[in-house]
Design a binder for this molecule. Structure first.
Ligand SMILES: Nc1ncnc2c1ncn2[C@@H]1O[C@H](COP(=O)(O)OP(=O)(O)OP(=O)(O)O)[C@@H](O)[C@H]1O
Length: 978
C-alpha cells in the first residue's frame, strides 16, 4: 500500500448491492444549483448511452500478410467509415459516435477523454457502467484491463487499461478531495450462463465446491438485481485492487482461438462501490454512494472463422446467445417496446440497471480495421449505433446519514453475531428466529414449488415418454432419412459436379455477358447515332416531301398553264383559220365581184362600142341616105328650092338636133356611162382595196393582239416559272439543291429555249406577215395610184374627146350653116355645089364620125387593155393572197402545231404519292428500352426463366436465347413498323 493511497480515511460499509433510487435521499446535496438543474433534466428526459468506438491497429500476423484495411477513423469528426467494394463498386458507410479512437490512440487518451469524466460522476454519487463490446480479438480486454500493473512495485505500464486507470483516478480524486471514504470491489465472471465469483478463496472453492450453493442472481423490490453470495473485498488502496484484478483476471476462462491467442470466453464484471462521507452545512454527516461497473464482454464471434469446435463451439454459442439477448434488449429499449427481455439471459439481468435504468452507461465498441473482419465490424458498428439511442435516467444515489448507516451496519452485525452464536452453541446449523421464520416461509414456498415442480416433472416425464416414442419414430425416420440423405448426397455430388460444370458455363456466360454488355454499349451508342441520323433523315425527308409536293403542285400549275395555252392555241388556230377563211372568202368574193364588174365594164364598153358602131353605121346610112337624097334631090332641088330650103333647114335643124341629140346622147349616155362605170369600178376597186386594207389592218391587229397575248402569256409563264423556281430554289435544302438546281436549270433552259424559239418564230412569222401585209398594202396603194392615174387619164381623155367632139360639132354646125347659107344663096348652082359640099361635108362628117368612132374604139380598147391587166392583177392578187393565206396557215400550223413545244408525256415523271414521314415518337419507340426495363421484361417471363433455370446445362445458350428474345421483344414495334 503506497502512502498516497492511504491519504483518505475509511468508513465502514455494508455489503449491499447497488442502492435503488427509492432508497436515496435528494436532500443534503452540495451540488450547485446549475448542476442540480441539469441532473433534474437528466432524470426527467433521460441521458443517452454514450458510445465510443475504438479501432485497434493491425496485429503482427495481419501486417505480415499485408492485410488490407477497410476502416478509416476521423477522431475530430467522430466518424468511422467502412469502405466496401461490392461488384467493383465502392460503397462507403459512415457512422458517427460520441467519440472515436483510431488505431494509433493510446490507452491514456481513451481514459482521459472518455472514462475520467465517468469516474468523476461515480464520485458524485452516480452508478456508472462502462462495458466493452466487440468482435473477438478486437481489444476489449486490452482496453478494459490492458497491461498488468505490478502491485508490488507499483509500476504503472503505459498500456494499462480502463480498469486500473479508473482505480487510480478514483483514488487520486478522493485523495485530492481529502474525502473520507470506504471502497469495496466485486469481480465476477459469467460463463455459459453461470456466475463465478472471481474473488472467492481458492482453498474454499475446492472443498466446498460441491456443497456450496452456486452464486445466484436475486431480485427483490428493495435491492433490485443483486448477486447473492458474491465475495466483496473491501479495499483501501489502489494496489489492493491491482492485486485483486491480477488474481481475478488470472482466473478468467481464456482459450486460444484462431482470432485471439488469449480469447476471453466469459463476460466479466468488475464493480467498485465507493461510499464517501460528506458534511452538510448543518454539520450533519452524510454518506454518498457511487458505483462503477467495468464490464469486459466476451467477444462476439464467427464460429467458423474463430475455429471453435466441440466445447469451444458450445461456449461460443452461449456467448453469442447472451450477446444476442443483449442486442434484443438494446433493440427493445431503442424501439420503446413494452417488454424488454432482460430476463432472457443473466448478462442482461446483471446489466439491467445499466440499460434503460438509472445508471450512466458508456459502451466502448472495439473493431478491427482488417478487411477480413468487415462483416463483424459492420455488425458491431450497427450494434453500437443502435445502443446510442438507449436512454437512461441516471439518478444520484440517495445519501444516507452516517448514523443511519451505522445503525444499519450494527443491525447487520447483530444478525451475523446471532447466526454465529446459534451455530456455536447448538453445534449444528442454527439460525436466528427471524431467519428461521423467513427460511421456513421460503422452505414452505420451496416445498410448494417443489410439489408444483414434481407435478410438472411428472407431466414432463410423460412428455418425455411421448418424446422417447417420438424419438424412436424419429430414429426410424432418421434411418430412412439417412438412406435418403445418402441418396441425396450422391445426387448432391452429381449436382455438385454438374454445378461445377454449370459454374464453368456461368463463368463463360459471364464473360459472354460482359462482351455482350460491351457490345450492347456499342450498339446503344450506334443506336443513338442511328436515332440521331434518323431524326436528321426525318427532317430531310420532311423538307424533301415538302419540296416534292411543292414541285408536284408546280407541275400541276404548269400543266394547267400548258392546258390553258393549248386551249388558247387551239382557239387562236381556229380563229386564225376562221379569219383566214373570212379573208380568203372576202378576197375571193371581192376578186369575183371585181372580175364580174370588170367583165360587166368590158361588156358595157364593148356594148357601148358596138352601139357606137351601130350609131355610126346608122349615121353612115343616114349620111348615105342623105347623100342619096341629096344626089336624088339635087335635081329636084331647084324645084323644090324653097321646099328644099325649108326642108334643108328643117333637115339641118333636124340634123343639128340629131347631132346635138347624138352628141348629148353620146355625151350623156355613152360617155357618162363609161365614166360612171369607170367610177363605179374605181369605187369598187377603192372599196375592195379599202376592204383589203381594213382586213389586212384587222389581220395585223389580230396578229398584233395574238402577238401581245402570246408575248404576255409567255411573259407571264416565264415570270410565274421564274418566281416559282426562285421560291422553290429558296426552299430547297442544300443537299438536294444541286440536283434540283441542275434540274431547274435544265428545265429553265428548256422553257427559255422554247420561249425564245417560239418568240423568235413568232417574231419571224409576224415580221413575214407584216412584210406580206405591208407588201400587200404597198401593192394595193400602187394599184390605187395606178387606178387613180388611169381614172384621171380616162377622165382627161373623156374631157379631151368631149371637147374635140364639141369643137367638131361646132365646126360641123358652122359648116352646115355655111353650106346652108351657100345653098340658100346659090341654090340652083349652088345646089350642085351644095350637094358637092354636102357630099364633102358628109364625107368629112363621116370621116369625123369615123374618126371619133375610131377614137372611142381606141379609148374602149385602151380601157379594155387596161381592164385586161386588171384581171390579171386581180388574179395575181388573188393567187398572191391565196399564197399568203397558205403561208400564214402553213406558218401558223408549223408554229402552233410543230414548233410550239408542249410537254410530252415521257411516263418517267414519278407519280404523286404521299410520303410517310415517321413521327418523332415512332423513332423514339425504336430505341432499345433501358437495360433495367429489359431485365424486368425478362423477369416478367417466369415460364421462360424457369425453363432456363431447369435447363441449367444449357445456361449460356439459354442466356443468349433470352437475350435474343429480349432484343426481339424490343424490336417488335420496329418489325411492325417496317
Ligand atoms: N488498441 C490496441 N493497441 C495495441 N494492441 C491491441 C489493441 N487492441 C488489441 N490489441 C492486441 O490485440 C490482441 C487481442 O486483444 P484482446 O485480447 O484484448 O481482444 P478481445 O477483444 O478481448 O478478444 P476476446 O473477445 O477473444 O477476448 C492482444 O494481443 C492485444 O494486445
Amino acid at each position: 500500500m503506497d502512502s498516497s493511497q492511504k491519504k483518505g480515511s475509511q468508513i465502514p460499509i455494508s455489503p449491499s448491492p447497488t442502492p435503488r433510487s427509492g432508497d436515496r435521499l435528494s436532500k443534503g446535496s452540495n451540488d450547485s444549483s446549475n448542476n442540480s438543474n441539469s441532473k433534474q433534466q437528466d432524470k426527467e428526459k433521460g441521458v443517452n448511452v454514450q458510445v465510443i468506438v475504438r479501432c485497434r491497429p493491425l496485429n503482427d500476423g495481419e501486417m505480415r500478410v499485408n492485410t488490407p484495411t477497410v476502416i478509416s477513423c476521423n477522431e475530430q469528426h467522430r466518424e468511422i467509415s467502412a469502405v466496401q467494394s461490392i461488384a467493383n463498386k465502392q460503397i462507403d458507410k459512415t457512422f458517427t459516435f460520441d467519440k472515436v479512437f483510431g488505431p494509433s490512440s493510446l490507452q491514456n487518451d481513451l481514459f482521459e477523454q472518455a472514462v475520467s469524466p465517468i469516474v468523476s460522476e461515480v464520485l458524485e454519487g452516480y452508478n456508472c457502467t462502462i462495458f466493452a463490446y466487440g468482435q473477438t480479438g478486437t481489444g476489449k480486454t486490452y482496453t478494459m484491463e490492458g497491461g498488468v500493473v505490478k502491485a508490488k512495485s507499483g509500476e504503472f505500464p503505459s498500456d494499462a487499461g480502463v480498469i486500473p486507470r479508473s482505480v487510480r483516478g478514483i483514488f487520486d480524486k478522493l485523495e485530492a478531495q481529502n474525502a473520507e471514504y470506504s471502497m469495496k470491489v466485486t469481480f465476477l465472471e459469467l460463463y455459459n450462463e453461470e456466475i463465478t465469483d472471481l474473488l472467492a478463496p481458492d482453498e474454499l472453492k475446492s472443498l466446498e465446491d460441491k456443497l456450496r450453493k452456486p452464486i445466484t442472481l436475486m431480485e427483490d423490490g428493495k435491492k433490485g438485481v443483486f448477486v447473492k453470495g458474491l465475495e466483496e473485498e473491501i479495499v483501501t488502496t489502489a494496489s489492493e485492487i491491482y492485486k485483486i484484478l491480477e488474481k481475478g483476471s488470472s482466473k478468467r476462462r481464456t482459450a486460444e482461438t484462431l482470432l485471439n491467442k488469449q480469447s476471453s470466453r466469459s463476460h466479466s464484471i468488475f464493480s467498485i462501490t465507493i461510499h464517501i462521507k460528506e458534511c452538510t452545512p448543518e454539520g450533519e454527516e452524510m454518506i454518498k454512494c457511487g458505483k462503477l461497473n467495468l464490464v469486459d464482454l466476451a467477444g462476439s464471434e464467427n464460429i467458423s472463422r474463430s475455429g471453435a469446435r466441440d466445447n469451444r463451439a458450445r461456449e461460443a454459442g452461449e456467448i453469442n446467445k447472451s450477446l444476442l439477448t443483449l442486442g434484443r434488449v438494446i433493440n427493445a429499449l431503442v424501439e420503446h417496446s413494452g417488454h424488454i427481455p432482460y430476463r432472457d439471459s443473466k448478462l442482461t439481468r446483471l446489466l439491467r440497471d445499466s440499460l434503460g435504468g438509472k445508471t450512466k452507461t458508456c459502451v466502448i465498441a472495439t473493431i478491427s480495421p482488417s478487411i477480413h473482419c468487415l462483416e463483424e465490424t459492420l455488425n458491431t458498428l450497427d450494434y453500437a449505433q443502435r445502443a446510442k439511442y438507449i436512454k437512461n435516467k441516471p439518478e444520484v444515489n440517495r445519501k444516507m446519514m452516517k448514523s443511519t448507516l451505522i445503525k444499519d451496519l450494527y443491525c447487520e452485525i447483530d444478525r451475523l453475531k446471532q447466526e454465529l452464536y446459534a451455530a456455536r452453541e447448538k453445534n449444528g446449523i442454527y439460525i436466528p428466529k427471524d431467519c428461521f421464520i423467513q427460511d421456513e416461509a421460503s422452505k414452505k414456498a420451496m416445498s410448494e414449488k417443489l410439489e408444483r415442480l414434481e407435478v410438472e416433472l411428472e407431466s414432463r416425464n410423460r412428455e418425455l415418454a411421448g418424446l422417447k416414442d417420438l424419438c424412436n419414430l424419429q430414429k426410424l425416420l432418421h434411418v430412412h432419412l439417412s438412406d435418403k440423405l445418402e441418396k441425396t448426397q450422391r445426387l448432391l455430388d452429381e449436382k455438385e459436379h454438374s454445378f461445377s460444370d454449370l459454374e464453368q458455363h456461368y463463368k463463360q456466360a459471364n464473360l459472354a455477358i460482359q462482351e455482350k454488355e460491351h457490345l450492347i454499349a456499342n450498339l446503344l451508342k450506334s443506336e443513338n447515332m442511328l436515332v440521331y441520323n434518323a431524326f436528321e433523315l426525318r427532317s430531310e425527308l420532311e423538307s424533301a416531301a415538302e419540296d416534292v409536293s411543292g414541285l408536284f403542285s408546280k407541275l400541276d400549275r404548269k400543266n394547267e398553264m400548258a392546258d390553258g395555252n393549248k386551249i388558247l392555241l387551239q382557239r387562236f388556230h381556229s380563229q386564225l383559220t376562221e379569219q383566214l377563211e373570212i379573208l380568203h372568202k372576202t378576197v375571193s368574193t371581192s376578186v369575183t365581184q371585181e372580175e364580174n364588174r370588170l367583165n360587166q365594164m368590158e361588156q358595157e364598153v364593148r356594148s357601148f362600142v358596138s352601139a357606137k358602131i351601130m350609131t355610126t353605121r346608122g349615121l353612115h346610112e343616114c349620111i348615105e341616105r342623105l347623100k342619096d337624097v341629096l344626089g336624088n334631090g339635087i335635081g329636084n332641088m331647084e324645084r323644090v328650092a324653097g321646099e328644099l330650103k325649108d326642108k334643108s333647114q328643117a333637115t339641118f335643124g333636124k340634123l343639128n338636133s340629131q347631132i346635138s341629140t347624138h352628141s348629148s346622147e353620146f355625151e350623156n349616155q355613152g360617155h357618162l356611162r363609161t365614166v360612171e362605170a369607170t367610177r363605179s369600178i374605181s369605187k369598187i376597186s377603192t372599196n375592195f382595196f379599202h376592204n383589203l386594207n381594213v382586213h389586212s389592218d384587222r389581220l395585223s391587229k389580230i396578229m398584233e393582239e395574238s402577238k401581245t397575248i402570246q408575248n404576255q402569256k409567255l411573259h407571264d409563264l416565264q415570270k410565274n416559272f421564274e418566281e416559282c423556281a426562285a421560291n422553290e430554289e429558296k426552299q430547297l435544302l442544300i443537299r438536294i439543291e444541286e440536283m434540283l438546281a441542275n434540274a431547274n436549270a435544265r428545265k429553265k433552259k428548256l422553257v427559255q429555249d422554247a420561249v425564245y424559239t417560239l418568240q423568235e418564230t413568232n417574231a419571224e412569222r409576224i415580221s413575214i406577215l407584216q412584210k406580206e401585209v405591208s407588201s400587200t398594202e404597198g401593192f394595193t396603194h400602187q394599184m390605187k395610184d395606178r387606178w387613180t392615174f388611169y381614172l384621171e387619164d380616162t377622165e382627161n381623155n373623156y374631157r379631151e374627146d368631149t371637147t374635140a367632139l364639141e369643137s367638131k360639132r361646132l365646126a360641123i354646125e358652122e359648116d352646115l350653116q355655111k353650106q346652108n347659107e351657100i345653098v340658100l344663096s346659090r341654090f340652083p348652082s349652088a345646089s350642085s355645089t351644095a350637094l358637092q359640099d354636102a357630099d364633102v361635108a358628109c364625107k368629112s362628117l363621116l370621116s369625123a364620125v369615123d374618126c371619133s368612132l375610131k377614137l372611142d374604139h381606141e379609148a374602149c380598147e385602151t380601157i379594155c387593155s387596161l381592164i385586161a391587166p386588171c384581171h390579171l392583177e386581180l388574179r395575181e392578187l388573188n393567187s398572191g393572197h391565196h399564197g399568203i393565206t397558205l403561208d400564214i396557215t402553213e406558218n401558223a400550223e408549223n408554229c402552233l402545231e410543230k414548233e410550239y413545244m408542249v410537254d410530252k408525256e415521257s411516263c418517267l415523271t414519278p407519280r404523286r404519292r404521299s410520303i410517310r414521314v415517321p413521327s418523332v415518337a415512332c423513332i423514339e419507340e425504336l430505341r432499345t428500352p433501358a437495360f433495367q426495363e429489359l431485365i424486368w421484361s425478362w423477369e416478367a417471363k417466369p415460364a421462360s426463366n424457369k425453363q432456363i433455370s431447369e435447363e441449367g446445362k444449357q445456361f449460356s445458350g439459354a442466356q443468349e436465347a433470352q437475350a435474343q428474345g429480349i432484343v426481339r421483344d424490343c424490336r417488335v414495334p420496329l418489325t411492325t413498323k417496317n
